[in-house]
Write a protein that binds this ligand. Structure first.
Ligand code: 5GP
Length: 179
């Protein structure tokens, strides 16, 4: 398991989160904002983005199943942990690490919309280009990246590498074996 190259450095991530944090602070200045992080991947984005938000915010988390240890999206979304709080009448911002097929978020948005929040918006640090996905309006975007499997900064490979402070691209297993 080797990192082929750094795609986005720690500094670049921090600058982008600062930008996103400023926009969120401005847009929700007079509102009561609830940040909803999607576990496990979004835990780092959530922690670092929140430090760039200078209005009062509350936090909640959901956990959903996604890749199940492989590199391919299963398309099956299962809620492993629901929100602790009711969100009806609240201004909710979902914080995601990465938008790939969009299946997880598409499901989550429909699921949360039914609970009648005052508003529901989406922030995602990474958006994979050239992937067909349902129409999702990402209000706060981080980086557009090529459709490669990335790790680090919350994103795992078989539950490891989430602690890398940067976003990296892994060497494919067969290439790693040849090396
Ligand atoms: P989607 O439903 O948009 O396909 O992606 C759902 C989840 O799959 C993401 O929240 C993330 O946890 C995982 N995922 C998608 N693309 C990648 C990737 O390139 N690397 C890793 N480690 N996880 C990914």
């Amino acid at each position: 398991m080797k990192i082929d190259r750094v795609l986005i450095s720690e500094e670049e991530i921090d600058e982008k989160l600062a930008e996103m944090g400023r926009a969120i602070s401005r847009d929700y200045a007079d509102k009561n904002l609830l940040l909803v992080g999607v576990l496990k991947g979004a835990f780092m984005v959530m922690a670092d983005l929140a430090r760039h938000i200078d209005i009062p915010v509350e936090f909640d988390f959901m956990a959903v199943s996604s890749y199940g240890g492989t590199k391919k999206s299963s398309g099956v979304v299962r809620i492993l942990k629901d929100l602790d709080e009711e969100i009806s009448g609240r201004h909710v911002l979902i914080v995601e690490d990465i938008l790939d097929t969009g299946l997880t978020l598409h499901y989550l948005i429909r699921n949360l919309q039914v609970r009648q929040p005052a508003s529901l918006a989406l922030a995602a640090l990474l958006i994979k280009d050239d992937v067909e996905r349902p129409d999702l309006d990402v209000k706060y975007e981080g980086f557009h990246i090529p459709p490669e499997f990335v790790v680090g900064y919350g994103l795992d490979y078989e539950e490891k590498l989430r602690n890398l402070p940067y976003i990296g691209v892994m060497v494919a297993d067969d290439e790693a074996e040849d090396a």
